[in-house]
Design a protein around this ligand. Structure first.
Ligand SMILES: Nc1ncnc2c1ncn2[C@@H]1O[C@H](COP(=O)(O)OP(=O)(O)OP(=O)(O)O)[C@@H](O)[C@H]1O
Length: 713
């Protein structure tokens, strides 16, 4: 049966079809968010295989995350269940593909390694570096930033540039570290790409020489990854790279906006576009357009859908309680939990949501890349296996023996003596590790492995965490045995491969990773949301200081904006944003400008919103509001003064009233006057100018005071 036919192509829009059918030696697809990059990538692989008859083994498909690689592989396997998974070994992250090349093809011996080298994480490298500083009495400044300093020093190319700006021994440390890692047969993630790049340059005649290199999320490639691409392209591979410049969210790793430009010109690549977004409702897309940076048109095909809800909350706790209710309601109305996600800016924000959701009985998963090293008992077990499989890894041997929690708990000094001098008989556990290779193939199952190392004794059976630790180790061993069986390699090689994947994949190797099938709400940082989609997305803490984070420069600010763009474009049907009025020290109270950048007609909140405004306008409005408030208060004061005055006059009048009535009630004191003609009289009425008096025999007479000849008596 033809697995890929015209019908498959008909599902694609014309832009997608053009990208799939394109056969240029180099093609860069500048794709919009949600425009079907993954769809196109998978179609391309199927088209090349089924129509152009390119074997899967002749393709290298590079992704940015393990999850993306797994998705591509599982979609290919779903379409073609008989496809042996080994044929897809060239499909993976840059690091896992480099590991595959180094193990299978490249002459690692030239760099002092054996094919059995093991991958270590950066923490282990740091331990090694600190040891070397002590041993060689190196002068290293800013040791608290050693990890960062090592990263930068390792990236320096050209001997003449290897001069420490702090005038210390950092470059000697890098050299010693490189030698030490090779002598212990260990590589870090950085070394995987670095060594693969070195050997790929030299080993032109040697495999691997893929016919096609297909790259996902190319916008986030760093300089090492671009060199890796270049090595493969210069061996004659066709390049097909897909990416979105609006989703560059890792420029601190060295990826840059100019990658498209660089690739296009370096390889004279044909540039295609995927403009149509299939994912989000048109309201969500319209909001997303406010955060676009490269001005490419973002076209959608969906209905307007729900308005974007904006909620003001007192703090994260109140928000978590509100979200718990909201999520339950949406679930009752038919949205599966697995179609809902809560995004935040910082991992430290997840705790509050985890607590409240567990209390409220909401199933949830936190997307957190944890390494096996984050679980103490697993870290100890992995190092036990590391030393058992690689006797050159003396630091792991010492770590196992000198651990305070597990093993024999012997002193570090003694552990060093035993491991470095290979002293048999001094420690039972050490002897077991040394004898592991001899019995490894005979171990029937994970139980036998557990018993061989007598772990019921060494996992500290009196500790409170014993049961939990024992179960975790059983699980680790069981998965390792399954993995080894799947690999169809010998036991030791399979175990090595497992340990390497545990370093590369983190705890995902225990299949505790976020799985889409599980019906649970997903909690994750905005960074972790990349490439995913959900029916309903809640972005919490949209306060200045969180979203966006305070940044040092414009580049940082632009990256924050792209990160928010990535977050909102994960939503298919519902987008809900919240901000806090009491966000704690890190952030400012109130909504961040990102909410104000969205046109109000797209928003629905609990309060009436004014029009979207610029910061200047906002400032003006605040000042205007202040002046209005001041004027209003002055008028209030005036009104109240007038009120008081009126009331005083009332009181005065009422007092006069009372006085008058009292005067009327009381017999007025008689005033007497004498007149030369009428004799003595009694005053009956008087004001300032007039006076009336009654005279016996003459009656009442009225006088003008100023001209009368009256005399008071
Ligand atoms: N031609 C098409 N017709 C209908 N739906 C499509 C088409 N192409 C892709 N889709 C759908 O659009 C959505 C987004 O596709 P996909 O996840 O491949 O996009 P993407 O470009 O990888 O997204 P992102 O930019 O977020 O990484 C998916 O739900 C997919 O099924």
């Amino acid at each position: 049966m033809e697995l890929y036919n015209e019908k498959e192509l008909d599902r694609l829009n014309p832009y997608q079809k053009e990208a799939v059918l394109d056969e240029s030696p180099a093609c860069i697809v500048n794709a919009n968010v949600g425009s079907g990059k993954t769809t196109v990538l998978i179609s391309k692989v199927q088209y090349l295989h089924h129509v152009k008859k390119v074997n899967y083994e002749e393709m290298t498909v590079l992704t940015f995350t393990n999850k993306a690689a797994d998705e591509i592989k599982s979609r290919l396997l779903a379409a073609e269940p008989e496809l042996p998974v080994e044929k897809l070994r060239g499909f993976g992250t840059f690091h896992s593909t480099a590991l595959y090349y180094l193990r299978e093809y490249l002459p690692v011996e030239k760099l002092g390694y054996t094919r059995d080298f093991l991958v270590i994480d950066p923490e282990e490298e740091l331990e090694l570096a600190l040891d070397l500083i002590r041993q060689h009495k190196l002068k290293i400044k800013y040791k608290n930033r050693l990890k960062k300093r090592l990263e930068s020093a390792m990236a320096v190319r050209g001997e003449e540039k290897k001069v420490s700006k702090y005038q210390d021994d950092i470059f000697d440390l890098v050299r010693l570290l490189r030698e030490e890692k090779a002598s212990q047969d260990k590589m870090t993630f950085f070394d995987l790409l670095e060594n693969a790049n070195l050997l790929l340059r030299e080993e032109i005649g040697n495999s691997p020489s893929p016919k096609w290199v297909i790259v996902d999320e190319v916008q986030d490639s760093d300089s090492q990854q671009l060199v890796f691409l270049d090595r493969l392209v210069s061996r004659g591979a066709n390049l097909f790279a897909v990416g979105d410049p609006n989703q560059v969210i890792y420029s601190w790793r060295g990826s840059a906006f100019q990658i498209f430009y660089t690739l296009k010109h370096k390889y004279r690549a044909k540039e295609l576009t995927l403009p149509i977004n299939y994912r989000s409702s048109s309201s969500i897309l319209e909001a997303a357009r406010c955060f676009l940076q490269n001005g490419s048109p973002l076209t959608g095909v969906r209905e307007p859908g729900n308005k974007i809800i904006v909620k003001r909350q007192y703090d994260a706790f109140q928000d978590a309680c509100y979200l718990a209710g909201r999520i339950k309601k949406l679930h009752r109305e038919g949205t599966p939990y697995g179609e809902m996600a809560v995004f935040y800016r910082l991992q430290s924000q997840s705790g509050m949501f985890e607590d409240v959701f567990s209390r409220e009985g909401i199933p949830f998963e936190v997307s957190l890349k944890r390494t096996v090293g984050d679980v103490p008992v697993l870290r100890w077990c992995i190092r036990l296996l590391r030393f058992s499989l690689n006797k050159k890894d003396t630091p792991s041997g010492i770590y196992v023996l000198a651990s305070r929690e597990y093993g024999e708990g012997i002193s570090e000094k003694k552990a060093k003596e035993i491991v470095c001098n290979s002293k048999p008989g001094a420690s039972l556990l050490f002897d077991k590790m040394c004898g592991f290779s001899r019995i490894c193939e005979e171990l029937g199952d994970e139980e036998a492995l557990f018993s061989y190392f007598e772990l019921e004794r060494y996992l500290n059976p009196v500790s409170a965490s014993y049961m939990e630790d024992r179960d975790a180790v059983h699980r680790l061993f069981q998965i390792m045995f399954d993995y080894v069986k799947e690999q169809q390699e010998n036991r030791e090689a399979g175990m090595r491969a497992f340990i390497n994947s545990s370093s590369l994949y983190g705890l995902d190797v225990l299949r505790e990773e976020i799985s889409e099938e599980k019906d649970s709400v997903k909690l994750m940082t905005l960074h972790a949301s990349k490439g995913l989609e959900f029916s309903c997305v809640f972005i919490t803490g949209v306060n200045y200081g969180l979203i966006p984070l305070k940044t040092r420069d414009m580049d940082g600010e632009e990256e924050e904006r792209r990160l928010f763009f990535v977050g909102i474009t994960r939503a298919k049907d519902r987008l809900e944003l919240s901000y806090y009025t009491n966000p704690g020290e890190r952030a400012m109270p109130g909504e961040s400008r990102y909410i104000r950048m969205i046109p109000p007609r797209l928003l629905e909140g609990e309060e009436e919103r004014g029009p979207a405004v610029s910061l200047q306008e906002l400032k003006r409005q605040v000042q205007e509001q202040r002046t209005q408030v001041q004027e209003r208060s002055l008028q209030e004061q005036k009104r109240s003064l007038q009120e008081q005055e009126r009331s005083l006059q009332e009181q005065k009048r009422s007092l006069q009233e009372q006085k008058r009535s009292l005067r009327e009630q009381e017999p007025a004191p008689t005033k007497r006057v004498r007149h030369p003609r009428y004799g003595t009289g009694v005053v009956v009425r008087e004001d300032e100018t007039m006076l009336e008096a009654e005279f016996e025999g003459y009656g009442t007479k009225e006088f003008i005071k100023a001209f009368s000849e009256l005399e008071y008596i």
